[in-house]
Design a protein around this ligand. Structure first.
Ligand SMILES: Cc1ncc(COP(=O)(O)O)c(C=O)c1O
Length: 404
């Protein structure tokens, strides 16, 4: 089939009307919010928040949930409640959102960066094992894009070295590892409800754990150092106010009920997209390890193999955006290369994969997979169109671009 003229060169784009917006209201959301607002109980030690935290934790196979103001605060809280601080090291993957690493520094400990796996985009378990030192207190695997990290191997490493696993499940609401949900696999898990996340109240976060001591400490820190056994003005820990509000919890409760359906929708649409690009060479989408049975597809990362695809990552991203598909480049630096770590103490192993991903990788946001199957297929059609126009052997004009 002859290649169609790319939108990049003035041809008609595959998608003129974009993809569904996110976040979006679901049926009944406003009624639930109104109910809470009319109840007069908006904050404080709030029954709506408590009930949402309990149900969310149970859903994620953990006994306790502590609802907080953000995923970043949930990370700091989990570290703090686990007693991690000055003199300690915490192993983190070289690619994630910055909070995975800065939370470690902010509680006074030092992040130790290890490489990620080229197929799963998750922490490289062999390097994580290698990085454990006498100072290591925890490993934070990030379930990147909603694909659970190799939790069996990480659990072996953690139990043989006596360190904790704190899951960064900010991308992984509802993800599963052999039938157990993210957050319920390590000694604690954290979630984010920031604006782009698969469950969102604009902002918000959660720590889930089955460790009663950690839960009590986390609850106390979140609530100004109070304890359930003490009075309102009795403060036992160096706490602060991290509490979530009731309207946030009401909105999130409604979203939790929809989550399994939405994960299924994204799975179906992702499958359609993957089928559509099956003839394309030079694109390697994220691969889930066998145990990561339920994937949330919060974002779908992939790599461009330039020699096979015929264009580099930046040209691919530019061409896809022109076709109306919101693909974006991967993180521009491994975490340790951010300016903040010129100042803050850390260790880093050699991370050649993380370095490579900054150059050859991209991701597709979940909203591409939240419309119809045909919407997702369009994203695949756009990839195929770009590939056919740019692939090695396609006719090129003198400026190096394919002839339109
Ligand atoms: C992997 C990861 N961890 C932590 C966070 C921090 O969450 P928040 O933005 O809610 O503070 C985010 C995202 O924002 C994230 O993507």
């Amino acid at each position: 089939m002859a290649s169609q003229k790319l939108a990049l060169f003035g041809g008609p784009p595959i998608r003129r009307n974009g993809y569904p917006d996110w976040p979006r209201l679901g049926p009944g959301d406003l009624d639930r919010m109104r109910e809470v607002l009319e109840s007069g109980s908006w904050g404080g030690e709030n029954p709506t928040v408590r009930s949402f935290a309990e149900i969310f934790a149970q859903f994620h196979d953990a006994r306790f949930g502590i609802a907080v103001s953000s995923g970043s605060m949930a990370l700091e809280l989990a570290l703090h409640a686990a007693g991690i601080g000055k003199g300690d090291e915490v192993i983190v993957p070289a690619h994630s959102f910055i909070a995975t690493a800065t939370a470690v520094s902010r509680v006074g400990a030092e992040p130790v960066f290890v490489d990620v796996d080229a197929e799963s985009f998750n922490i490289d378990c062999a390097q994580a094992a290698e990085a454990v030192s006498e100072k290591t207190r925890a490993i934070i695997p990030v379930h990147f894009g909603g694909v659970v990290a190799e939790m069996d191997r990480l659990t072996d490493i953690a139990s043989s070295t006596g360190v904790r696993l704190l899951e960064d499940a900010a991308h992984a609401h509802g993800a599963e590892w052999y039938g157990t949900r993210a957050g319920g696999l390590g000694s604690a898990g954290i979630f984010s409800f920031q604006n782009s996340k698969a469950m969102t109240a604009g902002e918000g976060g959660m720590v889930v754990t089955s460790d009663e001591g950690l839960a009590e400490s986390a609850r106390s820190i979140t609530n100004a150092g109070r304890r359930s056994t003490g009075g309102w003005f009795e403060h036992f820990e160096l706490g602060t106010n991290l509490r979530m509000t009731a309207p946030q919890a009401a909105l999130l409760m409604a979203q939790l009920e929809r989550l399994p359906r939405e994960i299924q929708l994204r799975a179906t649409n992702f499958k359609r997209f993957a089928k559509e690009i099956s003839e394309v060479n030079g694109i390697a989408l994220q691969k889930a390890p066998t145990g990561a049975a339920t994937q949330t597809r919060y974002i779908v990362p992939g790599r461009i193999v330039e020699d096979l695809f015929g264009a580099d990552r930046d040209r691919f991203v530019e061409a896809m955006q022109s076709e109306g598909v919101p693909v974006r480049p991967f993180y521009p630096h491994p975490l340790y290369a951010n300016p903040v770590f010129r100042e803050w103490p850390h260790r880093s192993l050699q991370c050649p994969v993380a370095e490579q991903l900054t150059r050859d990788s991209f991701w597709i946001p979940m909203r591409v997979f939240m419309g119809s199957e045909d919407d997702a297929a369009d994203a695949g059609r756009a990839v195929t169109k770009v590939y056919r126009a740019l692939k090695p052997g396609s006719r090129r004009s003198t400026n190096g671009f394919p002839e339109a």
